[in-house]
Write a new protein. Structure first.
Length: 275
């Protein structure tokens, strides 16, 4: 059973400065909900209710968001405005939230390793909340949990990316198992376009077996001098197998201004429900 999910949220969000000078990028709102809440709801909808965050300096607002604000609740009690808090209250009631800090920014692989104590010894999900996903039918993490039940190995979400943008992603090569499902044979973190093994890019949704921690422990810094999760997963793909899954749904790159605005417009039209 998978019931834990890790959220690496230590990144600076420099592309959104000055908005992110004193506020975590994960708290930027897509319409009326912070970005990270969409990810947490996706995890909860997949049955992952033990939520762990790997945070850093300046990220306290995330912990406050998933905690009770007594003063606010007291102020709006009986005013007819309580309904505006019911959505986040519901999220808080469904999950247990834990936090640990990454003291140095040494890459996604290092962030995952920092979360080891929070994730324990069972397989767990990872959500990069910058990648905002709206699943088709069920959420992307729920789709991946189903696939894990079938394959019992690490699962990564992928999407076809054509053109120069492929250089911004981890990229896989794989043998097709069936429509949308591949057995990974190679992985490269942010290759030059001409070196990319395919157009199948890794998206920020993973299910990892706990063996990843051993591998991350000895994975040397890779691309950009950072410990890369992609490099550690490549090792797992050779030893126990990794499945890549073309998820059903939409993904917005909310780490970029353009993607963020597209996500906002999409969510306002199709997801947001006035309270
Ligand atoms: C990370 C991963 C990369 C993946 C991407 C998805 O990169 O290292 O493999 O393709 O997330 O968003 P980042 O965008 O954090 O640099």
């Amino acid at each position: 059973m998978i019931n834990r999910c890790l959220f690496p949220v230590a990144g600076y969000g420099t592309r959104f400065l000055p908005a992110t000078k004193s506020m975590p990028k994960e708290m930027l709102p897509i319409v009326n909900k912070p970005l990270v809440q969409y990810g947490v709801e996706e995890a909860l909808d997949a049955g992952l209710d033990q939520i762990g965050f790997v945070t850093g300096r300046g990220k306290r607002a995330i912990a406050d968001h998933f905690d009770v604000n007594y003063e606010l609740e007291h102020q709006i009690k009986g005013t007819g405005k309580e309904k505006y808090l019911s959505c986040i209250r519901g999220v808080m009631d469904r999950g247990v939230f834990s936090f640990t800090r990454q003291s140095e920014m040494k890459g996604l692989g290092d962030a995952i390793l920092t979360g080891q104590r929070l994730m324990g010894t069972e397989p767990f999900g990872v959500i990069l909340s910058d990648d905002l996903c709206f699943g088709d039918g069920s959420g992307v993490m729920a789709q991946m949990v189903k696939l894990y039940e079938e394959f019992q190995c690490s699962i990564i979400a992928i999407q076809e990316i054509d053109g120069d943008d492929i250089e911004k992603f981890g990229v896989i090569a794989g043998d097709k198992v069936r429509d949308g499902v591949y057995k990974v044979t190679d992985m490269v973190e942010k290759p030059a376009k001409e070196d990319a093994p395919s157009n199948l890019a890794i998206i920020g949704r993973y299910i990892l077996t706990p063996d990843i921690f051993d591998v991350l422990g000895w994975t040397p810094p890779g691309k950009n001098g950072e410990v890369q999760l992609t490099d550690a997963l490549k090792v797992l793909s050779k030893t126990q197998g990794v499945i890549a899954y073309k998820f059903k749904g939409l993904r917005f790159d909310c780490g970029s201004i353009d993607g963020f605005v597209e996500a906002t417009n999409y969510a306002y039209k199709n997801v947001y429900k006035p309270i």
